[in-house]
Write a protein that binds this ligand. Sequence first.
Ligand code: MEV
Length: 440
Amino acid sequence: MSKSIAGFSKLSKSKKIDWIVDTYFSNAESAKNILKQYWNNDEKLQQLHDEFIENTITNYYLPLGVAPNFLINDKLFTIPMAIEESSVVAAASKAAKFWLDRGGFRTKVISTTKIGQVHFKYSGDTNKLKKFFNTVKPKLIEDSVDITKNMNKRGGGIIDIELRDKTTDLKNYYQLHASFETLDAMGANFINSCLEQFAKTLKAEALVFDLFTDDEKQIDIIMSILSNYVPDCLVRAEVSCKIEDLKENNSISGEAFANKFIEAVKIAEVEPYRAVTHNKGVMNGIDAVILATGNDFRAVEAGVHAYASREGKYSSLSHAKIEDGIFTFWIEIPLALGTVGGLTGLHPLVKLSLEMLHKPSAKELMQIVAVAGLAQNFAALRSLTTTGIQQGHMKMHLMNILNQFEASDAEKEILTTYFKSNTISHTAVSEALNNLRTSG
Ligand code: MEV
């Protein structure tokens, strides 16, 4: 039986570990050793990681890989990717190389507006609320000046604040719906601080607004928070080439490939079961770069999937067409990213990843991330519509299976060669390893 504990967060790291291993593990010493194995020898670096969150007991590693040869708007990039799934970096690198020989990726930031809302309840006359809002709007902006002055100096800040009547959805429910430009910052703290100030001003000014009755003066603030739905913080990435140039080696003709590829995209456009997996492939690329660059992948995931459902039905994030003999494959995706603030100046690997990407602005990072998503999607659809996905997946998964069986370096070398021409499965690897071990 587990037990509860009071004041856990106040214990020292070593006391926390003692409690965890004594409570949950039959072999407490072995559990403790595993946790300690992942500590960094550099105490300062370890402390930095300890302080990212509460109750840190160790570090959780993900591989940081790189996918080179990404030509984006005629500039070459090597893209850092933090991800555990074996085939993702290999697929990205393959797609990058494929398009490197065909003109590379073209990208464009369409918009960069972010949204935040103050949600509140008001039970009085709507017209009076509208009058009140128009009167108070300049003061909402004025009272936030301490928060906004630096952002304003750099050319960002509050774009607009609207009053939205949501009473047909929920009784007495209204919003301040505000839009922001946060430049190179993801902007969550900036937006939330502005919103909390708007809420304070709104509440205080209502108390002294002449037209309100005593009841109407009592605006009930429910919450103030940014939205991770950012359909107006949008980036486009595309690849295109003559259909005959899609042919590689002795594979199917460019035209046959293009047609099949477009059918696969159309299926994801109309069929939600397929669209979710199709978009998961896109997110393999996107999340990996977002993690490597210290951005918030949960925020991006939530926003991207809401965007994929914006027409009322979940659909593909990417699209493809042939026009005048040219194959074009593109994605438009909402991405609220930052290259300053948050982890970006703190985590040494994030700093390194950003430097590897030529220290991008948030707009440039949006373009790189969108490319990673498109490339990943291209690689998946290319495999799915030609060889099938398992060939590449299992090739990359072979090392995981060999590690599960604790294969030695010599065994790995022999079996990697053997499985170049034999079908990989868990059983086949187990048998081949057994044969090798009994024959040796
Ligand atoms: C696996 O992580 C991603 C794929 O399933 C994506 C897709 O089906 O398009 C291969």
